[in-house]
Design a protein around this ligand. Structure first.
Ligand SMILES: Cc1ncc(C[n+]2csc(CCOP(=O)(O)OP(=O)(O)O)c2C)c(N)n1
Length: 632
């Protein structure tokens, strides 16, 4: 849709020319553009609709060519992109070579960190604040915007604690829409809800709070006594006691969709001394009725069929084939039915992990910790120690947040926690913050850990059952893609045993996990060319099936390992280490996988092709290798 004002905003400074009415129109045009582009491309939708006014107010109040702004997580950064010189490219968002769906410093100086994982905005803003002060740039304001879903992350409280202690000038804006992806959980939600109740008195409160917050912090006994009264009154009025106790001045809650009001509040807090938390109330999906009524579906909806007048969504295009997540969710559900000791833990990804039915049927053994992966893993360790069989169902990339808990609370204690690593491998349009590339390398380092990957759908349920039967930790990783099957008499899952799909004389493709079906297709194509290549479904990287795999290295002219994970420290590395320890010549071994660089955003299929991990790429690698280092 062509619009009158938005295309003229080349940089945030252009907004300053606009009257209130024009700013309102700009907000509407931004929403129209979000609807237009995201109706044809699945992307974060409701979160972005909810922060349009907040984004405008921030850019109208601060000068982010020198001040600093961090959007926590970064999934709600689209309005910011629209008014920071990227309107014309907005239609390319999340496509190969186009704008990223998250902040990206390579795109714009207005984006400071490339982020996608939740919880770091307050820490990074505090670092920016302290760094600016040390470098004599105290006039630069630092602002973090964090959602109520990200707020409970442990690291946020580490940062609030540090900021309150340092008493630096820092503005934290809490964007409270009462939602994470699913409705928010935990005790903090109740605290924020109490603060919400006082919203009715917001206008009369504004001046009062402002006056109170302007009172000096240090002083004689009388002042201190007065401050005690002040804090008590404020807490009584606002319910923001928790933040006050952590050393922040709590202000709010204020209406996040009233642009003139928001601007007044921001002007008030801009030059306050010390750390300030401004509590802003927004509606996730604001401006699109269906999105605000069903923010879970519209967090990242499928494409929309049709848009009616007034941004009305007439229907969503759903459907498509079943994904690995579906197979895992069915297997987890069955495990809970089979064994009362089994429990499942998600870190705010109930919807993404497709655990809703389990949440309904087994509310006592389903746990959503919120965006708290490290807590989730340590909590799982506690459950295991108590005699339960917990499953930590966490995306590969987010499990990185729990690295030390996997080490200490789980592996070191040899506790039977099962890790289901969803979205392992290349996750497509989300890009480098979300690709699950590193888990094979980071998990196989730990003693006591069993590290596995199903080769196809048929491996998923048996592998989960196998993991749950172990007396120590075990993990399985599966990709973000449709289910695939390799027709065969499936061999049972046995500890450290690969499955030989086909042995052949010219060489062997050893697939670890998701690319097993691709390897089977590649071998078929090569056979048609007269090249006899076998395929092994490795299943385990730890313990490795040395007997089978080293036999291939020893006897065959060519061995190619194939994995959807980093080459550094991955499955191929494990094979080379084992071969080296056995004194084998490994010049016939070639490793295919993800190289040592961060991988951009594009469709998973496009990325696999780029990296030579599709059927064509694998066949080419075999042909090249036969030419280069195999005497045929
Ligand atoms: C460490 C981490 N875990 C999980 C996620 C997945 N995730 C993306 S957005 C989101 C919800 C964030 O809620 P909130 O901060 O309130 O923002 P809202 O979408 O409600 O505006 C979650 C769980 C993530 N990005 N990072």
């Amino acid at each position: 849709m062509s619009s009158a004002i938005l295309p003229t905003i080349q940089s945030p400074a252009d907004q300053h020319q606009l009257e209130d009415g024009q700013l309102e129109q700009l907000a509407q045009e931004m929403r129209d553009e979000l609807v237009r582009v995201l109706s044809i491309r699945p992307a974060h939708f409701a979160s972005n609709l909810g922060v349009v006014e907040l984004c405008l107010a921030l850019h109208l109040t601060f000068d982010f060519t020198k001040d600093r702004l961090i959007w926590d997580t970064g999934h709600q950064i689209y309005p910011h992109k629209l008014i920071t010189g990227r309107f014309e490219q907005f239609g390319t968002i999340r496509t190969r070579g186009g704008l990223m769906g998250y902040p990206n410093p390579h795109e714009s100086d207005f984006d400071l960190f490339m982020t996608g994982h939740a919880g770091c905005s307050v820490s990074c803003s505090l670092g920016l604040r302290v760094g600016a002060d040390l470098l004599g740039q105290s006039d630069r304001h630092c602002v973090a915007v964090i959602g109520d879903g990200a707020l409970p992350s442990g690291i946020v409280f580490e940062a609030l604690n540090n900021a309150g202690g340092l008493n630096k000038n820092l503005l934290v804006i809490l964007n409270d829409n009462q939602m994470s992806i699913c409705p928010r959980v935990g005790a903090l939600a109740r605290h924020l809800d109490r603060a919400r109740l006082t919203n009715l008195y917001q206008d009369s409160k504004r001046q009062f709070q402002y006056l109170l917050s302007r009172l000096p912090v240090v002083g004689d006994m009388a002042t201190q006594a007065f401050e005690g009264v002040r804090d008590g009154l404020k807490a009584l009025l606002t319910g923001g006691m928790l933040f006050e106790e952590l050393g922040f001045r709590y202000i709010g809650p204020v209406d996040g969709h009233d642009l003139p009001g928001l601007r007044r509040w921001l002007r008030d807090v801009k030059d306050q001394k010390g750390p300030v938390l401004l509590h802003v109330l927004t509606v996730k999906g604001h401006g699109v009725e269906q999105a605000s009524k069903d923010p879970v579906t519209y967090h990242t909806p499928p494409v929309f069929e049709k848009i009616g007048p007034e941004r009305t969504i007439l229907s969503l295009k759903k459907g498509g084939s079943k994904a690995y997540t579906d197979a895992a969710s069915v297997a987890i559900h069955q495990a809970l039915r089979d064994d009362p000791r089994v429990a499942v833990i998600t870190a705010a990804m109930c919807q993404g992990n497709k655990l809703e039915k389990i949440r309904e049927e087994f509310p006592d053994r389903f746990f959503d910790t919120g965006i708290c992966e490290s807590h989730a893993v340590a909590f799982a360790a506690g459950l295991a120690k108590a005699g339960m069989r917990p499953i930590a169902d966490i995306y590969s990339t987010f499990l990185q947040r729990a690295y030390d808990q996997i080490f200490q609370e789980v592996a070191l204690q040899k506790l039977p926690v099962t890790f289901c690593l969803d979205r392992a491998g290349l996750t497509g349009p989300d890009g480098p913050t979300h690709h699950g590339c590193f888990d094979t390398a980071y998990l196989r380092l730990f003693p006591n850990m069993i590290v596995m990957a199903p080769g196809d759908e048929l491996d998923v349920a048996p592998m989960l059952r196998f993991a749950l039967a172990q007396d120590g930790p075990a993990s399985l990783r599966y990709p973000k893609t449709s289910l695939e099957n390799v027709e065969r008499g499936v061999a049972p899952i046995e500890l450290g045993q690969a499955e030989i799909y086909e042995w052949a004389t010219d060489g062997m493709l050893i697939a670890y996990g998701s690319l097993f079906p691709t390897c089977v297709k590649a071998a078929e194509r090569l056979r048609a060319e007269g090249i006899e290549i076998g395929v092994i479904n490795a299943r385990f990287v730890k313990p490795l099936d040395k007997a089978t795999l080293l036999k291939a290295v020893e006897e065959l002219p060519l061995v190619i390992t194939v994995e959807e994970g980093t080459l550094e420290g991955g499955f191929g590395s494990a094979l080379l280490e084992a071969a080296n320890a056995a004194g084998l010549d490994t010049r016939n071994v070639l490793r295919l996988g993800i190289p040592d660089r961060f991988i951009e955003h594009a469709e998973r299929g496009e990325l696999l092709a780029d990296l030579g991990l599709d059927v064509n790429g694998i066949c080419d690698a075999v042909r090249r290798a036969r030419k280069n280092f195999v005497s045929v």
